[in-house]
Design a protein around this ligand. Structure first.
Ligand code: AMP
Length: 386
């Protein structure tokens, strides 16, 4: 039985465990909040220290990129960490991420790194409004971001960012990445796996919708070949450059027919949760297959599927389960406003059927908690019927 230690003990580790059991994999998770190794599902009991967890594991991986560097180094030194600590650190630091994109000649938003006031004024000179400022470290789900729409806001935003940089308790210095706002048509992402032989299997790109900077709906429909090929080329370049092993997710802005990378995530990703019902092999299983040196599973779209995030709610009407093709995945977390508590996957045999089911879901779910769902379903119906 191959033993896998996951760094991070949240829902992604939990779903890796659920996908790993049929493969006879033994999954444990390191919780960085308590510094204990725990079971990814029954996580209230400790199974030991990080050191014990590392010694006990055959393979170590991560569900989270914002890990302390000493933890990553300790795992890297064991020779068991996949993807590498370098890849995980790049995913957790927007400065390194931008360097990687530039060195691979991958299109991304025009940007400037800001560590002090001189850099800030230089960024205002080089980029045109609107500008988005993002914290280099510990930035995810829209956290640590400022948007500058008019020069009148510049000094206020700078004083907030200066304070933010000063207050940082990060192991490497905090900074800000200033980015030109991209007038995108839509946001999409690609999720794919690469194993140590360099074999690659990518899922079709998905369209992503956010509410207050947090993913609310991902949609996997058959995609245009040219767009899929563009995303695949970026995936190949980045994974080759990093000699990457595991699942990597890449988020893009689509402008016309072109894709610009927004950010990468060196792990299984929220926009890949649809694969649990829309593909033969889900992203969690393919991540485990990749890191455990097994053949990769089929990543084709077998039926159009949408994923709806459950944010800040710990129950949904059971009536949604009566809709054929609807599945719920709860994460077993305590309720907190805005927190990712679970997700709902909805599948249909074709786009129209999927849109109809999403409409039915929208009618049952609380419109306060899922404000855009009915409108989203109506738009999708128009799109797939066109
Ligand atoms: P991020 O944390 O980088 O994914 O940013 C959160 C959200 O802010 C993204 O999903 C976009 O909707 C928006 N956003 C981030 N960067 C840009 C940009 N350069 N141009 C336009 N919108 C952006």
């Amino acid at each position: 039985m191959t033993k896998v230690l996951v760094l991070g003990a949240g829902q992604l580790a939990r779903m890796m465990d659920l996908a790993g059991s049929p493969l006879n994999l033994d999954i444990t998770a390191f919780d960085p909040r308590t510094n204990n190794v725990v079971h990814p599902i029954a996580n209230e009991y400790t199974l030991g220290s990080l050191e014990q967890g590392i010694n006990n594991a055959d393979v170590i991986t991560a569900e989270f990129e914002h890990l302390a560097h000493d933890v990553l180094e300790q795992c890297q030194a064991s020779g068991k960490l996949l993807p590498s600590s370098k890849a995980i650190k790049i995913g957790g630091d927007r400065r390194l991420e931008k360097d990687l994109l530039e060195s691979c000649h991958v299109a991304n938003a025009k940007h400037k790194i800001i560590a002090n006031y001189d850099d800030f004024t230089a960024a205002l000179g080089e980029l045109s409004l609107p500008i988005i400022f993002k914290s280099a470290l510990e930035g995810y789900d829209g956290k640590g971001q400022w948007r500058l729409k008019s020069m009148a806001q510049a000094e206020t935003i700078w004083s907030e960012m200066e304070e933010f940089i000063k207050q940082a308790k990060t192991s490497v210095p905090q900074a800000i990445v200033a980015e030109q706002m991209v007038p995108f048509d839509r946001e999409v992402s690609i999720v794919g796996a690469r194993n140590s032989k360099g074999e690659v299997a990518v899922y079709p790109i998905t369209e992503n919708h956010h509410t207050d900077g947090v993913l609310s709906v991902s949609l996997a429909l058959p995609v245009e070949d040219a767009l899929q090929q563009q995303a695949f080329e970026v995936f190949s370049k980045l994974t080759q450059a990093l000699d990457y092993v595991g699942i990597l997710a890449i988020e893009f802005f689509q402008v016309g027919d072109s894709l610009l990378v927004n950010e990468i995530a060196p792990r299984v990703h929220n926009s890949g949760h649809w694969t649990q019902q829309g593909a033969d092999t889900c992203q969690f299983e393919n991540h485990l297959r990749a890191i455990c040196n097994m053949p990769l599973g089929n990543t084709e779209l077998i039926r159009p599927t949408a994923m709806v995030n459950i944010l800040g709610e710990d129950s949904v009407p059971e009536a949604i389960l009566a809709i054929a093709g609807v599945s719920i995945h709860w994460y077993g977390k305590e309720k907190r406003a805005g927190r990712k508590m679970g997700h709902i996957n909805v599948s249909g045999n074709n786009g129209i059927e999927l849109a109809t089911k999403l409409g039915q879901l929208g009618e049952i779910l609380d419109t306060g908690a899922y404000p855009d769902l009915a409108e989203f379903a109506a738009k999708l119906t128009r799109k797939v019927s066109a």
